[in-house]
Design a protein around this ligand. Structure first.
Ligand code: SF4
Length: 892
C-alpha cells in the first residue's frame, strides 16, 4: 500500500499547530509541522512532534463495558439511554448532567450541547474549559458584549511591545514562544515584558520581569490605567465613538490612588520595574498583551481580565495590526466548545439565555423543549452530584477526579452517584474507575472534525488511522444515545460534515450582525469542501467570505449600543488567605513535556525524559526555614488534602510560594494527587477555580530508604510510601521511597512481579555502610528486572539502560551489574533536550570543557536544542549559570 499525506492539527494546546502526517499500512510513518498552516508555519514543539508515539493500542478501551463486563454497542447505548431517560422521568431534567472537554472536536461538542440543552431541556452541561479560560470568556463578554478574541498570532510579529502575563509561554504555548523569539531576532526594537510571580523559562526572551506578588494583577493594571490617563496617552476619538463608561471608571480608579510607588509596594516589585513597564506601555502604539491561566485561574480572574482589557480599550489598541489583547487558551478546542455553547452559562452559537436567544435556538433546532436558564458550572455541578441532586452524569474525554479542585469530593460524588457514564480512550483511569458504563471513544488521529485555536482559527482535524476494537467517534456515540432516547429527528447526522453544516447554519440564523460568531458562509459546503477546508478565522459570512483577521478596529462591539464597556474593579485578595497553620501559597501549572493527566504523553518515552517525577519548587530561604535539603521530599498539605513530592530548591520562585505541576494521576504516582490539595474557591462571575492559590503547609520528608526498580513489564504501583512510574525505552522505572524497613528485598521484588520464570538468575550486591543493595534478575541471560536500594540518590540510569537494551548479557556485561564505578560514571543527568535525549550534565560538561557561549554552539556540540527548540530556554539558563560560575572562578 502506498503512503498517504494527510494534513491535520495537534491534539494538545490552544496554539492549534498544523501537522502533516504520512500514513502507511495503518501507521504514522512520518509527522512534521505543516509548513502552510498559519498558526505554526511548520514549527512543532516536542509534544506535537512526538504525537505518533502516543497513537498506540496499549491501554486502550476497545469495547463498551457495563459494570466492568464487555458488552456490545447496542446494549451499551440502550443502557445509557435508559439510565438517563429513567432519571429524567423520575427526578426531572436537572437531575442529569454532562461534563465534557476541550479535547472534543466541535462536532462532538455541538451534538452533546444540543442533546442536553435542546432535547433533555437542562443546561447542566459544563466543560473542563471552565478550569482553563472561563474568566477570559466572562471578561470578554463584559467588555465587548461577546466572547471575541480580537486579534491574531501575526500581531506578535507586528508588535513593538509584547506583554506576557500569567503565562509560561515557553512551556505552555511553545510554538508561540518560538514565534516571539524569532520576531525579537528580526526586530531588536521589540520589547517583551513577562508578568509572573515565578521566574519561568519564558524569561529567556524577556526584557523586563515583573515578579509580582500573587493576586495583585488588578493593582498593576489599574495603576497602568491611571498612568495612561495622567500621561494623556488615550485615544480620545476611539473612547468617544466606541467605549462606554470612561468617566465613571476614570473617577473610580483615580480614587484608588495607585501611584507607581503604591503599585510597587502592593505588588512587592521594585519601583523602577513598574515605571519601566508603564513607560513602555504608554509610549508604544503596537502592544499585544497575551494572558493565560495565571490571570484566569483566580477568584478574581474576570476582574483581572477586564483590568487589562481596559488598558487596550482606552488607548484604542485593539483589533489593529500589532495591537490587542490575546487570550491564550489551554486546550486544542476550548474555543470550539465556546462556539457551540459547551459552557453551562451559554446556550449555543454565542447565544445566551436571553428570551429571544432561547426562542431563536429552539426554533432552529425545532426541539421539544429547551433549557431556559444557565446550568451548573463545574465546581457546583460536582457538588450537586455529591449532594445527590444530580443522579446521572456522563463524563466525556476528561479526567475530573484528577483535574478538578478539591478532588476528593469528586471521587466521593462519583462513588455515590446512581448512574455514571464515562466515554474515554483508556481502559483504566482515575475517573473511569467509577463508571457504571464505560464507552470506548476514538482518539486523536482516529476521528474527523474541526477545532478552533486561540486566534479564532477553525482547522480540520483529520482521521489518519482506524480506531482499535470497537472505539467510535464521540459524535456518533452521542447521536446514538439521543436516538435511543427518542430524539431521532434532531440527531440523524451521517457525518461530522453534516453536523458542521448545521452548526454553521445556526451561527447565521437570525443573526443579522447581532452576534460575533457567524460562519454562515460555510453552511452549504459539500462533503468534499469540508474535507479540504483550509484553516480560516471566523467570522466567515457574507461580509468576510474568506474569514476575518481582526475585529473592533472601528468599534462594532456586540453590546447593545455597539460600544465596549470599561469595568472598574478593586483588587481583592484570594478567597482563602494564608494563615499561621497554612502559611505558604500553593501555585500550580504545567510541565514542559506533559499534558493534562498524562494519558497520552506518558506513552511517549521521549516525553518522559524531561521530568520523570512530580516535584515541588521552593525558594532556598523557605527550604532552610523548613529544614528541606537537596534530595528531600516535601509533604504538602492544605485543609483539603495532602501530597508528597520531590523538593526542587530554586531561586526562581518567591519565598512565600510553592509550585507543583498538575499532571501525575493516581495511575502513575501514589502520592501526587494535586487536585485533592487545591482549594474549591471560584471566581464569582466565571466560576473558574482558584488553582493558582491554595494556603498550604509543608514539611520535609527524608525517607529511610529510596530505590529504583527497573522492569520490562508494567507492574501495579508497589505499595510503599512513595512510588512514581516512568516509561523508558526498555520498559519502566519505578521511583520508590519509604520509611518502613523491608528486611527481605528479594522476596519483596518477587511479590511485585507477575511471573517468576523458571531458571531465574539472581545477582546481588550489598554494602552495609552506606546501605546499598543491587539486585538484578536475569532470565536466559537477559536482564528482566533490577532493583537499586540506597539511602540517597544519585542514580545513573544510563549504564542500566544500556544493559536492559541488550537481548542477552555476556560475562563482562554481567560483571558490570556488580561494578560500583558504573553507577556514577558518565551520568548524563536530568534530561534537558527530550528530542535528542541530552542531559544537563552533558550540556554543562560541554559548556565548561569547550567554553561554549551560545545555544547554537551547545547545539553543534551536543545536538541539544536542534530539533523542536522547546529546551532552548533551559540551555540558555545553563549557559548563563555556567558563564557566571566560570567568571567567578577566574576572578578568584
Ligand atoms: S505548541 Fe501546542 S499545538 Fe503546537 S505542537 Fe506544541 S502542543 Fe501542539
Amino acid at each position: 500500500m502506498s503512503s498517504r499525506i494527510i494534513d491535520t492539527t495537534c491534539a494538545y494546546c490552544g496554539v492549534g499547530c498544523g501537522i502533516t502526517a504520512e500514513v502507511e499500512n495503518h501507521a504514522i510513518i512520518a509527522l512534521s509541522g505543516d509548513a502552510h498552516h498559519p498558526a505554526n508555519h511548520g514549527r512543532l514543539c516536542v509534544k506535537g512532534s512526538t504525537l505518533a508515539d502516543t497513537v498506540r493500542t496499549e491501554g486502550r478501551l476497545t469495547q463498551p463495558r457495563i459494570s466492568g463486563q464487555s458488552v456490545g454497542w447496542q446494549e451499551a447505548i440502550a443502557t445509557v439511554a435508559r439510565g438517563f431517560s429513567d432519571t429524567i422521568a423520575k427526578y426531572g431534567a436537572d437531575a442529569v448532567a454532562f461534563y465534557v472537554s476541550g479535547q472534543l472536536l466541535t462536532e462532538d461538542y455541538y451534538v452533546a450541547n444540543k442533546l442536553m440543552k435542546g432535547y433533555i431541556g437542562s443546561a447542566n452541561i459544563d466543560t473542563n474549559s471552565r478550569l482553563c479560560m472561563s474568566s477570559s470568556v466572562t471578561g470578554h463578554k463584559r467588555a465587548f458584549g461577546s466572547d471575541t478574541v480580537p486579534n491574531n498570532y501575526e500581531d506578535l510579529e507586528q508588535a513593538r511591545l509584547i506583554v506576557l502575563t500569567g503565562s509560561n509561554t515557553a512551556w505552555c504555548h511553545p510554538v508561540l514562544f518560538q514565534r516571539i523569539k524569532h520576531a525579537r531576532q528580526k526586530n531588536p526594537e521589540l520589547k517583551v515584558v513577562v508578568i509572573d510571580p515565578r521566574e519561568t523559562d519564558t524569561l529567556a526572551i524577556a526584557d523586563l520581569h515583573i515578579n509580582l506578588k500573587a493576586s495583585t494583577d488588578v493593582v498593576l493594571f489599574n495603576g497602568l490605567f491611571n498612568y495612561l490617563v495622567q500621561q494623556d496617552r488615550l485615544d480620545h476619538q476611539y473612547l468617544h465613538d466606541h467605549v462606554n463608561g470612561f468617566e465613571q471608571t476614570r473617577k473610580q480608579l483615580a480614587g484608588q490612588q495607585l501611584s507607581i510607588a503604591k503599585v510597587a509596594k502592593q505588588c512587592d516589585v521594585d519601583e523602577n520595574r513598574i515605571q519601566q513597564f508603564y513607560d513602555w506601555f504608554t509610549n508604544t502604539e503596537q502592544v499585544v498583551t497575551c494572558y493565560s491561566q495565571g490571570v484566569n485561574q483566580s477568584s478574581q480572574g474576570t476582574d483581572k481580565v477586564n483590568s487589562l482589557l481596559n488598558c487596550h480599550l482606552i488607548t484604542g489598541r485593539i483589533g489593529k495590526p500589532g495591537c490587542g489583547p490575546l487570550s491564550l487558551t489551554g486546550q486544542p478546542n476550548a474555543m470550539g466548545g465556546r462556539e457551540v455553547g459547551g459552557l453551562a452559562n451559554t446556550l449555543a452559537a454565542h447565544m445566551d439565555f436571553k428570551e429571544e436567544d432561547v426562542a431563536t435556538v429552539q426554533q432552529f433546532w425545532n426541539s421539544p423543549t429547551i433549557a431556559r436558564q444557565a446550568g451548573l458550572k463545574a465546581v457546583d455541578l460536582f457538588s450537586a452530584v455529591d449532594s445527590g441532586r444530580i443522579k446521572a452524569i456522563w463524563i466525556m474525554a476528561t479526567n475530573p477526579v484528577v483535574s478538578m479542585p478539591n478532588a476528593s469530593i469528586i471521587s466521593r460524588a462519583l462513588q455515590q452517584c446512581e448512574f455514571v457514564v464515562v466515554s474515554d480512550v483508556v481502559a483504566q483511569g482515575d475517573t473511569s474507575a467509577f463508571a457504571d458504563v464505560l464507552l470506548p471513544a476514538a482518539g486523536w488521529g482516529e476521528k474527523d472534525g474541526t477545532v478552533t485555536n486561540s486566534e479564532r482559527r477553525i482547522s480540520r482535524q483529520r482521521r489518519l488511522l482506524p480506531s482499535p476494537g470497537e472505539a467510535r467517534p464521540d459524535w456518533r456515540i452521542i447521536c446514538d444515545v439521543a436516538i435511543a432516547m427518542g430524539f431521532r429527528q434532531g440527531f440523524e447526522f451521517t457525518s461530522p460534515a453534516d453536523i458542521f453544516r448545521e452548526h454553521a447554519r445556526l451561527s447565521g440564523y437570525q443573526n443579522h450582525g447581532r452576534r460575533d460568531f457567524d460562519i454562515s458562509a460555510l453552511a452549504q459546503i459539500s462533503d468534499d469542501e469540508y474535507d479540504t477546508l483550509l484553516p480560516v478565522q471566523w467570522p466567515v459570512n457574507e461580509q468576510y467570505p474568506d474569514g476575518c483577521k481582526r475585529l473592533f478596529k472601528n468599534g462594532g462591539f456586540f453590546a447593545p449600543n455597539r460600544k465596549a464597556q470599561l469595568i472598574a474593579a478593586t483588587s481583592q485578595p484570594p478567597q482563602y488567605a494564608v494563615n499561621e497553620e497554612y502559611p505558604l501559597q500553593l501555585n500550580t501549572g504545567r510541565s514542559r513535556d506533559h499534558w493534562h493527566t498524562m494519558t497520552r504523553t506518558e506513552l511517549s518515552v521521549t516525553l518522559n525524559r524531561h521530568r520523570s517525577e512530580p516535584w515541588a519548587e521552593i525558594h532556598p530561604d523557605t527550604a532552610a526555614q523548613y529544614g528541606v535539603g537537596t534530595g528531600h521530599w516535601l509533604s504538602i498539605g492544605s485543609q483539603w488534602g495532602n501530597i508528597r513530592v520531590r523538593a526542587m530548591i530554586s531561586k526562581r520562585i518567591r519565598p512565600e510560594q510553592v509550585f507543583v505541576p498538575i499532571h501525575w494521576s493516581r495511575q502513575l504516582a501514589n502520592s501526587a494527587w494535586l487536585g485533592a490539595v487545591v482549594n474549591p474557591a471560584v471566581d464569582p462571575f466565571s466560576g473558574q477555580p482558584e488553582s493558582k492559590h491554595t494556603p498550604v503547609r509543608i514539611h520535609a520528608w527524608l525517607p529511610v530508604w529510596q530505590a529504583k526498580l527497573l522492569t520490562r513489564e508494567a507492574l501495579p504501583l508497589p505499595e510503599v510510601d512513595y512510588c512514581v512510574r516512568e516509561r523508558t525505552s526498555f520498559g519502566f522505572i519505578y521511583h520508590l521511597a519509604g520509611d518502613e524497613t523491608i528486611d527481605n528485598w528479594q522476596k519483596w521484588l518477587f511479590q511485585q512481579l507477575s511471573v517468576i520464570p523458571d531458571g531465574l538468575q539472581v545477582i546481588t550486591q550489598r554494602h552495609a555502610e552506606p546501605m546499598t543493595l543491587r539486585l538484578s534478575l536475569l532470565h536466559q541471560q537477559q536482564l528482566i528486572a533490577a532493583l537499586l536500594v540506597q539511602q540517597q540518590d544519585p542514580f545513573n540510569r544510563q549504564w542500566l539502560t544500556e544493559l536492559f537494551n541488550r537481548s542477552t548479557l555476556d560475562g563482562a556485561q554481567m560483571a558490570m551489574l556488580l561494578s560500583d564505578d558504573k553507577q556514577l560514571a558518565n551520568d548524563p543527568g536530568e534530561t534537558v533536550c527530550s528530542c535528542h535525549a541530552v542531559g544537563k550534565n552533558t550540556i554543562i560538561n560541554a559548556i565548561q570543557s569547550q567554553r561554549l557561549s551560545s545555544e547554537k554552539e551547545v547545539g553543534h556540540c551536543t545536538r541539544a536544542g536542534t530539533n523542536c527548540g522547546s529546551c532552548l530556554p533551559e540551555i540558555r539558563a545553563l549557559l548563563q549559570t555556567q558563564q557566571e560560575l566560570m567568571s567567578e572562578l577566574e576572578s578568584t
